[in-house]
Design a protein around this ligand. Structure first.
Ligand code: MLT
Length: 266
């Protein structure tokens, strides 16, 4: 792990390998450790792998207030600048990381060479989803992280994964416990106010790969299919027996699809 000082927080990240840079952006309420199977494989394969802990997550220190998707995308751009990365990058975002990837693409289109959208959606929150976020903010402020972890954990991975990889549950619990309360609140407020990214999809001209777990209980498969239909020329991969974390539930399948996509890039 390395870190730099951002003007507002200590910014932790992993940076390994040489070659085409690929930025992995984690989901909520997780951190860079969720990309361990990808970091381990891709830095040896002619890629420079950059994996930040978003502010307030993992080893990055928190700030108060809303973490808008734009703010988190700007943080990622700041890190790339500080690391001297000038060439366009591939971005792989999972769930909230995908929302941030859309914000990054809107703000810095010239910095993006390819997009990997996993377990994510382009649509904004529905009124019901916003209401749930408001309740979750109240819950975390009054009762801390545990109730959120307990309600999310079983929904993140498929029944198949629960039966075949029980150690992943403990790992995820540790990852979630490393998220600060300001970050949970900041993420929830940022996600509920994120814009609709669907109008962006038809304008995406760079290569795009969409990877989704078939059993995703948080973001239905159909939403990924709709993104695929709207992004011209995109590849679409469905991972069987995986839910919201296909990169951890089926790492070798996930990596092999990602590798073949990266190898196809001009
Ligand atoms: C995530 O995994 O990042 C979140 O579940 C996304 C969301 O709550 O919309």
């Amino acid at each position: 792990m390395s870190s730099i000082q951002h003007p507002h927080f200590r910014f932790a990240y992993d940076d390994a390998g040489d070659g085409q840079p690929i930025l992995f952006i984690h989901g909520y309420p997780l951190n860079r450790k969720m990309w361990q199977p990808q970091l381990a494989e891709f830095y040896t394969l002619s890629h420079r792998v950059i994996v930040p802990d978003l502010r307030g997550h993992g080893d990055s220190s928190p700030t108060e207030g809303e973490y808008s998707m734009d703010l988190l995308a700007e943080d990622c751009a700041y890190l790339l600048d500080q690391l001297g990365i000038k060439q366009p990058i591939a971005i792989c975002g999972l769930s909230m990381g995908g929302y941030i990837a859309f914000a990054f693409l809107r703000k810095f289109p010239q910095k993006v060479k390819a997009l990997i959208l996993t377990a994510t959606r382009a649509a904004p929150d529905s009124p019901e989803a916003k209401e749930k976020r408001i309740q979750a903010v109240q819950q975390v402020q009054t009762s801390g992280l545990q109730p959120i972890i307990e309600s999310m954990l079983p929904r993140l991975i498929s029944e198949h994964t629960q039966h075949t990889n029980s150690s992943l549950i403990a790992e995820l619990q540790n990852i979630m416990e490393a998220t600060s309360i300001p970050a949970v609140v900041g993420d929830l407020k940022g996600m509920m106010s994120r814009p609709d990214s669907r109008p962006l999809l038809a304008d995406i001209k760079i290569p795009a790969l969409i990877i989704h777990g078939k059993d995703d209980a948080l973001i239905p498969l159909q939403e990924a299919e709709e993104m695929h239909n709207a992004i011209h020329g995109s590849r679409f991969v469905i991972i069987e027996n995986a839910a919201h974390l296909p990169n951890l539930e089926a790492p070798s399948q996930f990596n092999s699809h990602l590798r073949s996509f990266l190898e196809s890039l001009p």
